[in-house]
Design a protein around this ligand. Structure first.
Ligand code: NAD
Ligand code: UGA
Length: 471
């Protein structure tokens, strides 16, 4: 029986390993993590992350060929394949702070693998890492090796949160990078290919050299984020000219060379990866003497920051230039629908912007825990994050001015304005007449996700501002 151990039981490690276990009954999969609460939750009825379809997959395999454990060394020692899926956040201090990926967690995982291994292993980079990381990992592994052979593969993950299970079960592609030039490298690539071949069609498993695989992941995220910044930049022009961004995106996307997906204008992209990975790409370009390329990609983040502050400015200026003391109902806090994840959610920047203008916020999100919302708004951001978001919002101001509720109707009762910041499906079908009746007048709607029917809401009496739509 092939034994897989995955270090890191997060948004990637958990779902990815659950699907491997589900699709490969003959493989034993153990997911290990240093976090005791995380592993306890993976072993409980309430999993640590909300992801449609995940509960069913975990329940089918847990205790059979899928296990979650805090005993890292024990399981790594006996594994044939070790996936490393630890977090690789942006560095917050030292060389490359604010741009470079922090590989502390990765390095400590690699050192542990080298220390405890008693047999040869394939070590798989599942985390998103800078191009050339495999070279450093190989050095750590071989330097400590006791005659044991380690093969390093790059197998970046392309799942998106909220659709992780469908993305894993039916991926557009699986990418495996390895040392194609050596027999050991080729064998390792084949071993991992055999795992995925249990359910992924042969032609969708792409094998490349290590550096192409590492760089493809950063490039893919940069291209995806670039599409959103492109359509968001056009949304500003739409608002200035009377064009409708939904119509423009639909017309532009009909060209098969462009494609219609991922062209939804929004209050800005969020999530733990787009900004982090582009900053990482920018840093690598700078280190390789390519400032023009670095500046090109930096612009994707600048437009995203602009979009978030543009949203706040439009809201404040259209409400007689002040929201001081006004109640604003915030619908949605997670960075996208169908996840409880709030990492880099644009809602944090919007809420902080409104609080700096002394608004009173009542927030509702179907999945994000109350304490997480309060923590996210109170935690100071780093100064390379969105300009303006570094304004210090004192914790007592957050306590006095922010309330979290568990119902959209409660969040919007007596409010002067509503902000939709996440495209949860339930916000499309709310009884907006009832909501309007219970609001202060004039009643404003600022739709940061283009989910409401603008004409219908205007008919009810709302003053509606939707991203990239004519007034
Ligand atoms: P996460 O923070 O949810 O999970 C990482 C886990 O690793 C945590 O539970 C942490 O406790 C654990 N960990 C850290 N150091 C450890 C160590 N030395 N030993 C054992 N456990 C350790 O992160 P994530 O969202 O799963 O992302 C992981 C990686 O995958 C990142 O590089 C990210 O860029 C990449 N990625 C994420 C997504 C996504 O949708 N979240 C998608 C594709 C790729
Ligand atoms: C993204 C990529 O889509 C995944 O392929 C990748 O594996 C992952 O990053 C990663 O490396 O972490 P994720 O961040 O989970 O996945 O979610 P997306 O669906 O990409 O959405 C990212 C952000 O862009 C969200 O805030 C979303 O609301 C926003 N978005 C997305 C738009 O504003 N408009 C769109 O048209 C699409």
């Amino acid at each position: 029986m092939v034994k897989i151990c995955c270090i890191g039981a997060g948004y990637v490690g958990g779902p990815t390993m659950a699907v491997i276990a589900y699709k490969c009954p003959s493989v034993e999969v153990v997911v290990v993590d240093i976090s005791v609460p995380r592993i306890t939750a993976w072993n409980s009825e309430k999993l640590p992350i909300y992801e449609p379809g995940l509960d069913e997959v975990v329940k089918k395999c847990r205790g059979k060929n899928l296990f979650f454990s805090n005993e890292l060394e024990k399981h790594v020692a006996v594994a044939d394949i070790v996936f490393v899926s630890v977090n690789t956040p942006t560095k917050t201090s030292g060389l490359g702070a604010g741009k470079a990926a922090d590989l502390t967690y990765w390095e400590s995982a690699a050192r542990m693998i080298a220390d405890v291994s008693k047999s040869s292993k394939i070590v798989v980079e599942k985390s998103t890492v800078p191009v050339k990381t495999a070279e450093a990992i190989e050095k750590i592994l071989t330097h400590n090796s006791k005659g044991i052979e380690f093969q390093v593969l790059s197998n970046p993950e392309f799942l998106a949160e909220g659709t992780a299970i469908t993305n894993l079960v039916d991926p557009d592609r699986v990418l495996i990078g390895g040392r194609e030039e050596t027999p050991g490298g080729l064998k390792a690539i084949q071993t991992l290919k055999d795992i995925y071949a249990h359910w992924v069609p042969h032609e969708r498993i792409i094998c490349t050299n290590l550096w192409s695989a590492e760089l493809s992941k950063l490039a893919a995220n940069a291209f995806l984020a670039q599409r959103i910044s492109s359509v968001n930049s056009i949304s500003a022009l739409c608002e200035a000219t009377g064009a409708d961004v939904t119509q423009v995106a639909s017309a532009v996307g009909k060209d098969l060379r462009i494609g219609s997906k991922f062209l939804n204008a929004s209050v800005g992209f969020g999530g733990s990866c787009f900004q982090k990975d582009i900053l990482n790409l920018v840093y690598i370009c700078e280190c390789n003497g390519l400032p023009e390329v670095a500046n090109y990609w930096k612009q994707v983040i600048k437009i995203n920051d602009y979009q978030k502050s543009r949203f706040v400015n439009r809201l404040v200026s259209s409400m007689f230039n002040t929201v001081s003391g006004k109640k604003i109902g915030i619908l949605g806090f997670s960075f996208k629908k169908d996840t409880g994840d709030t990492r880099e959610t644009p809602a944090i920047d919007v809420c902080r912007g409104l609080l700096s203008d002394k608004a009173q916020l009542v927030i509702y999100d179907p999945q994000v825990p109350d304490a997480q919302i309060m923590k996210d708004i109170s935690t100071p951001k780093f100064d390379w994050d969105q300009p303006g978001s570094t304004i210090h919002i004192a914790e007592d101001v957050v306590k006095q001015s922010v309330k979290v509720v568990h119902d959209a109707y409660e969040a919007t009762k007596d409010a002067h304005a509503i902000c939709i910041l996440t495209e949860w499906d339930e916000f499309r079908t709310l009884d907006y007449q009832k909501i309007y009746n219970n609001m202060q007048k004039p009643a404003y709607m600022f739709d940061g996700r283009n989910v409401v029917d603008v004409a219908k809401l205007r008919q009810i009496g709302f003053i509606v501002y939707s991203i990239g739509k004519p007034l």
